[in-house]
Structure formats: C-alpha cells, structure tokens
Design a binder for this molecule. Sequence first.
Ligand code: ATP
Length: 315
Amino acid sequence: MTEAWGPDDDKPRPSAGPVKVRVPAKINLHLGVGPVRPDGFHELNTVYHAISLFDELTARRGDTLALTMEGEGAGELALDESNLIIRAARALAHAARVPAHARLHLRKSIPLAGGLAGGSADAAATLLACDLLWGTGFTKDELAEIGAELGSDVPFLLHGGTALGTGHGEVVNPVLARPTTWHWVVAIADGGLSTPAVYRELDRLRGSAASPPALDSPDALMAALRQRRPEVLGAALANDLQAAALSLRPALADVLKAGEQAGAVAGIVSGSGPTCVFLATDGGHAQHVAAELAASGVCRAAVPARGPMPGARAT
Ligand code: ATP
C-alpha cells in the first residue's frame, strides 16, 4: 500500500500509529428471543445499551499481525487466529486488500464470556483501529457490515448508545430518547457462561411448549426509556435468556436477591449471563449498591457504570 498521496488527494491517510481505541461493554435492556431460524440463529428483538466498562485496543505498525493482552482473561484467552481481534483485522485487511500487518495490544476490563459482548467489543475496536492505522477509510456502516460476519453484537458496538437490534441482533437502529444518563451496577461473576449453551438451555426449557415461542416486543421498554424515572425503566427490563442462565447457574438467583436487598431499583441477568446488572437511582446510589454487593460475597466484583456510552472511539 502506498502512503504517498498528493496534497489534493482527499483519500484517508494511513497513520504512523499508535492508534488507541476505547470500546464499551453492552447490556440488553430488553432481550426477546424468538424461534430458531433455518440458519441456526434465533430471531431477536433487543434493546442494546452501551455502558462505561471499557476495553482498550492499541494498534501499531508492524511487519506481521501480532496480538498481546493484559487484564481480564489474560493467560486464558487464546491470542491466536481464533481470537476475534485477529479475525477482525484479517477481515478488514481482506475487504480493503491491504496486508494484515499490525501489532495489537488489548487492555481488557470486560469479563470473558460474561454476557457483556466483550469479544464483539474487541472486534469492533479492532475494525476501527486498523481502519485508522491502515487508512482504509471505511464508513462506520461499512465496518459494521464487515463486523456482522464476526459477531451479532459488533455493529452495535461500533455505534453505541441505546439501540434496537433485530435480525439476530446485527440490524441496529438507534433509539431516539431524551438524553438521560442511567446508573448501573455490574456484578461480575467468577467464571463465564457459554452463549451457545445458554441458548440451547432456553430451547430445552421451551421444548415442551405446544406452540413456538412468541417474539416479545420491546414496546414497554421503549416507552419507559422516554420517561426519566428509574422505577419505570426498572419495571420494564426483560430478558428471555434469564431463566436459561439461572437454570445453568442457580447461584445467580442469590446475586439478584443480594442486589435487591442492597436497594437496587431492579436487577437482571445481562444477555446470556452470568453477569448481573442492577439499576440505581443516581451515581451515589450505584456506589452504595456496588459496595453492598461486593461485601455480600455473591460475586467476584461489583462496579458502578453509566449508560448510554458512545461506541468504539479513537482516544
Ligand atoms: P456474547 O454475549 O456476545 O456471546 P459474551 O460476553 O458472553 O458474549 P465474550 O467475552 O464476548 O462472551 O466471548 C465469548 C467467547 O468468545 C470467549 O469465551 C472466547 O472463547 C471467544 N473470544 C474470541 N476472541 C475474544 C476476545 N477478544 N475477547 C473475548 N472473547 C473472545
């Protein structure tokens, strides 16, 4: 790839690097799961919400593609071709017809297999970081299209905010609500839950039902978002995967109970779990609930977070 464009050329330029991108975790304020489609995916109706728990990806120039990491999951997460970061870099390089050369470093705070879409977040961060490093100049929608092949949540994590997700979650439309900051507490569990296993458990639990599962509409949640009252939003939170996550990890019921006893407005399993998220009335309340949850010993860590947050961004 040439780096020598003329002064009048408005093509994006490769960066000398390093490029640093911060990407949020997601929670689902509403997660309606419909029947399995012929392609194996479940039809979803979801309301995504990006929160202030971030992974950070740094991309530097290099002669090969290499990945290092620190933080959550270090020593556990494979850094080879199976990693979504490597897969995202290769997918972008392929689409842009450039060599996939970069030295990538991940600082991970989003727990592995936590139902917070950390892997998809890292893929979104990689697409943006490598796009800037290589000067490939894709639009956010083009990056989202490449990302949708890597994971259903990648398009949302490029956009961020609060958004409606349909299809298998990859079709994203922003929710236009009055700007409100919501305060959450994220209860991080010891060990993860496999997303495919949680969907399989949901199918098993539903197996005996006479009729196919209806796809719950997020209308109540959308109406609640238009108000600014935590108790209204709390009452509208819904997750079809919660029963399956609780069935596989019964101890999550203790986490939900501890959050309630700590005074949270509402609590819910995040996506496929095992992370639980609790709604608080304000920042001070979130600090209090987090401290109580941490002291109760039902989770590995409890941290306050705010939402909505922007999607992957260069810092
Ligand atoms: P989702 O709800 O999107 O399925 P999750 O939050 O439950 O995701 P992730 O942390 O996104 O779980 O990862 C699920 C699996 O993806 C991991 O167990 C790991 O095997 C694989 N994976 C590949 N690359 C990554 C990455 N960069 N970060 C996290 N997981 C990754």
